[in-house]
Design a protein around this ligand. Structure first.
Ligand SMILES: *[C@@H]1O[C@H](CO)[C@@H](O)[C@H](O)[C@H]1NC(C)=O
Ligand SMILES: *[C@@H]1O[C@H](CO)[C@@H](O)[C@H](O)[C@H]1NC(C)=O
Ligand SMILES: [Cu+2]
Length: 398
């Protein structure tokens, strides 16, 4: 009953956000984020909600923040922890993935291994929620990081431009900047082999190795598996995606893609117009054939480069985790507008266990277990990963 009451409040507040004619879209989005924050607090403080089993409370809640809002010291400690993960030996046996050399690579290898079973599937959001959380936990427990996983607010970079943002400005408090500019690159052509109308994206303002910032000497060890390269070329390592293939981190920051697919309007539409979890996750990932790659594709392809444009190997760029933290923030915000149906019901998830149900597979259920190979454990039920306020989790976004 109480959950229903709060739901009503949240949805009324969301309508009020929309109806207010004087607010800008940026203000509307900030209001929605605040609403999700307040709703999370109300949920945790509501003693009558018995659906939760864990120990999460408002007094021990962790807050994930936007990269630009962190202090220089906080940014540097996050960067140092990522580099620490990249310096520790892999747990993945080399017989399983010869290219997995570091703890950071363990996460990449797991994502490559499961790609076809975790995108355009019923577990897309829960799998990536737990994945980012496991990565955050590895930074904390294996590398002494005391902060939380920051996120990339695409609405902000759509306005400032990527290279002017604190994430990509190339300073020692950024996650490194653009790749070296390579002129006359052809367009990126997505989905050319699928039989659907392809999507053309501009090649971006870089293309070569990252030249500045903390990750300029980083080695990408795994992949590519299916890298969308300029000119409509799809690059695959002939030795297999898990082979050892050390190369520089390359990027091609593409403001046009960020501005077109992940701007404030796109985000508001996603949050306010998606009525079901299927609408929400399809809009977010882009309905194939619709010409729209969604805010999820918008983030990945505005980063560009290798491994940025390879769905399989994309966690090999450290920005992946800021992007997917923002993806999770979108889901959390949308869930908090109607928790009773979007968290605590069978309609909280939708889909099957294969990419766009190809080949056809069983419906994803709340009792399905998701696992992370050698990257992290334990495997958990999807049903225990639907709220950030219970199960293994206890965090919100601000
Ligand atoms: C913002 O995003 C929406 C939805 O993707 C798109 O239709 C619109 O053209 C975008 N705005 C700009 C300025 O590109
Ligand atoms: C990939 O998944 C299979 C099946 O679960 C597993 O046996 C294998 O160890 C995994 N490989 C990696 C690199 O995680
Ligand atoms: Cu993914």
């Amino acid at each position: 009953m109480r959950a229903g009451f709060f739901t009503l409040l949240a949805l009324q507040a969301a309508s009020a956000v929309l109806a207010a004619p004087t607010t800008t879209e940026e203000e509307q989005l900030a209001n929605l984020a605040q609403l999700a924050f307040d709703q999370s607090k109300a949920e945790l403080e509501d003693q009558t909600v018995t659906k939760r089993s864990g120990t999460c409370s408002w007094s021990n809640i962790k807050i994930r923040r936007e990269w630009g809002s962190l202090s220089s010291t906080q940014k540097k400690s996050y960067i140092a922890a990522v580099k620490c993960l990249q310096s520790k030996p892999a747990r993945t046996p080399s017989s399983v993935a010869p290219g997995a050399k570091t703890r950071f690579d363990d996460f990449v290898a797991t994502h490559i291994n499961q790609t076809m079973a975790i995108h355009y599937t019923g577990n897309f959001l829960s799998w990536h929620r737990y994945y980012v959380w496991m990565y955050e936990k590895a930074l904390q427990e294996e590398c002494g990081y005391t902060g939380t996983q920051p996120y990339w607010d695409w609405a902000k970079t759509a306005i400032t431009g990527l290279e002017n943002s604190p994430i990509f400005d190339g300073s020692d408090t950024s996650l490194s900047g653009n790749g070296a500019f390579i002129p006359n690159q052809g367009d990126i052509i997505l989905g050319a082999s699928s039989g659907l109308p392809p999507i053309y994206l501009p090649p971006g303002s870089g293309g070569g190795c990252v030249t500045s910032g903390p990750f300029k000497d980083m080695k990408v060890n795994l992949g590519p598996a299916a890298l969308d390269a300029p000119g409509g070329v799809v690059v695959t390592n002939p030795d297999g995606p898990l082979a050892y293939n050390p190369r520089c981190l390359s990027r091609s920051l593409t403001d046009e893609v960020n501005k077109k697919y992940s701007n404030v309007t796109a985000i508001l539409n996603l949050l306010l117009k998606s009525k079901t979890i299927n609408d929400f996750q399809m809009t977010m990932q882009g309905v194939p054939g619709s010409g729209n790659i969604g805010v999820h594709g918008g983030g990945h392809y505005s980063l560009g480069g290798d491994p940025g444009r390879d769905v399989y190997t994309s966690p090999g760029d450290p920005v992946f985790y800021l992007h997917h933290s923002q993806i999770d923030r979108m889901w959390w915000t949308w869930q908090m507008l109607s928790p009773s149906s979007r968290i605590y019901s069978d309609s909280a998830i939708f889909g099957t266990n294969t990419f766009m149900n190809m080949p056809p597979s069983a419906d994803t259920t709340l009792d399905d277990i998701i696992e992370f190979g050698y990257a992290a454990s334990p495997p958990l039920r999807i049903g225990d990963l639907l709220t950030t306020l219970d199960g293994p989790f206890c965090y919100v976004y601000l």
